[in-house]
Design a protein around this ligand. Structure first.
Ligand code: CA
Length: 230
């Protein structure tokens, strides 16, 4: 079955170009040209991915993203007009899975789409398996156990939850706020630097100890868990 993609873009030329390219790749595509339609179709249309422009009439891309995210986990790729880090951070904070800066090469967008579809399948698999792995690092959610090359790593409850969240979102840039919300919860009151503190704990116990690099700092953005790099 073809994957379904919704394009929310008010610039008709760009929308048409994207529609043709994506259809050519074999995706089922629907196009709307304003934020309100994007929100309505995004929720009701059962899409695999929404490509969402930031600057839209009637409702901004950020607002569309925020509202959809309240009710749905559908993957969202935000199109940002300029290379503005604050737009990207805001997009990721409101629940976008990825962003791409205009003008972009179509190949880059296609690669992002494939990565998200692959990740969707991975998450579906992971939810059943409950065992996450990245190279020699294995996290068993049910057995509450983490090993590196078979050697057990002792983690506190929060360190374990943070690592699990990072591994589930392998390859995705996660902002501090997003990590805080997902791992510590919306009602957490205290220092937001707590994420940095716990990232440091994990690095000490895993990256530094075994001479590997899983946890990457993305400057001005947050953190990203990647497959082991020597
Ligand atoms: Ca626009």
């Amino acid at each position: 079955m073809a994957n379904k993609i919704l394009i929310v873009e008010d610039e008709v030329k760009i929308a048409r170009f994207l529609e043709l390219e994506l259809k050519h790749e074999g995706y089922e595509v629907e196009v709307v040209h304003d934020g309100r339609s994007g929100y309505e179709r995004g929720l009701s249309g059962n899409f695999d991915i929404i490509i969402l422009d930031l600057m839209l009439p009637e409702m901004s891309g950020i607002e569309v993203c925020r509202r959809i995210r309240r009710e749905s986990e559908v993957a969202i790729i935000m199109l940002t007009a300029k290379d503005d880090v604050s737009d990207k951070v805001m997009g990721l904070d409101t629940g976008a899975n990825d962003y791409i800066t205009k003008p972009f090469a179509i190949e880059e967008l296609l690669a992002r789409i494939r990565a998200i579809l692959k990740r969707n399948r991975f998450i579906q698999g992971a939810q059943n398996k409950k065992v996450l792995s990245a190279g020699k690092l294995v996290l068993d959610a049910e057995g509450h156990r983490v090993t590196f090359q078979g050697e057990e790593i002792s983690l506190t409850k929060k360190e374990f939850q943070l690592l699990e969240y990072l591994m589930k979102n392998k390859g995705i840039v996660l902002t501090r706020e997003k990590i805080l919300d997902k791992v510590w919860g919306y009602d957490y009151v205290g220092d937001t630097n707590i994420t940095d503190v716990y990232i440091r704990y994990l690095r000490t116990k895993i990256d530094d100890k075994y001479g590997v690099k899983y946890i990457h700092t993305i400057r001005g953005m947050g953190y990203q868990f990647k497959d082991e790099q020597q």
